[in-house]
Design a protein around this ligand. Structure first.
Ligand code: GLN
Length: 236
């Protein structure tokens, strides 16, 4: 439970910032503030110390080379792993998912060690998965945009986040991986802007209680429209 200001770590946005996933930090901060909880975003850039005292850590997507750089840096500066070990919330998207896993093979054909916070191994797939995606989860249906070559196998130490109804996700009918308070998905969007229930799941973990409802009709309308479009696209 965060005591006063919730500190949201945006991890290496200069390296894992290609796909707009930094928006996830803005969404978390705003949904906390709307509920009267003070929240700040702490950007941790390449070359900075990686603090182990933050409440949430967010990792976005990036190219293979960038994610190999990020994984190496975070392994050398293990503040995030220390924080995860004491129960801090970690959310990863795409390359973020792959980096949080045990290992991934990058475009250079080399296998790189991940942070090992998720039991997930990533290999190059046969073709790039690009497009709108729908994933059924315990937090309801999630929508997002995927753009990746990697296919991910989740081992017994993690559970998949959900089942893919449209798109590719991990490549075996599931998407993402979860272990404790470490959760990752292939969904860009940013995922938390498109899926408020997922944002609130993370917020609930941070504040240690289910957050009060936050009715936002415009967001709900947009969400219904996105789900309709993604499902219609999947049927074509
Ligand atoms: N480089 C990774 C892949 O192509 C992740 C891409 C991404 O983050 N969108 O699989």
């Amino acid at each position: 439970m965060a005591e006063s200001t919730v500190r949201i770590g945006l991890v290496l946005p200069d390296v894992l910032g290609t796909y707009g996933d930094s928006g996830n930090a803005v969404v978390l901060r705003q949904r906390l503030r709307w509920r009267g909880v003070a929240a700040d975003v702490v950007e941790v850039h390449y070359g900075d110390a990686v603090p182990d005292c933050l409440d949430v850590y967010l990792l976005g997507g990036g190219e293979d080379e960038a994610q190999a750089l990020a994984a190496g840096y975070l392994r050398e500066h293990p503040g995030l792993q220390r924080a995860a070990a004491r129960g801090a919330v970690v959310f990863g998207v795409c390359a973020g998912l792959q980096v949080l896993g045990t290992s991934f093979v990058a475009g250079d054909g080399r296998r790189h060690d991940g942070l090992g916070l998720l039991d997930a191994v990533t290999e190059p797939g046969r073709r790039r998965a690009v497009g709108e995606t729908v994933v059924e989860t315990g937090a309801g249906p999630l929508t997002g945009f995927e753009n990746h070559l990697g296919v991910t196998t989740v081992g017994p130490g993690s559970s998949p986040l959900g089942r893919v109804r449209a798109g590719t996700g991990n490549g075996d009918g599931t998407d993402g991986a979860v272990t404790g308070h470490v959760l990752a998905t292939y969904l860009h969007g940013p995922a938390l802007a498109r899926n408020p229930a997922l944002a609130d799941l993370l917020i609930g973990w941070v504040i240690g209680a289910a957050p009060p409802d936050l009715p936002l009709p415009e967001v709900e309308d947009l969400r219904r429209e996105r789900l309709r479009a993604a499902r219609a696209g999947a049927r074509r």
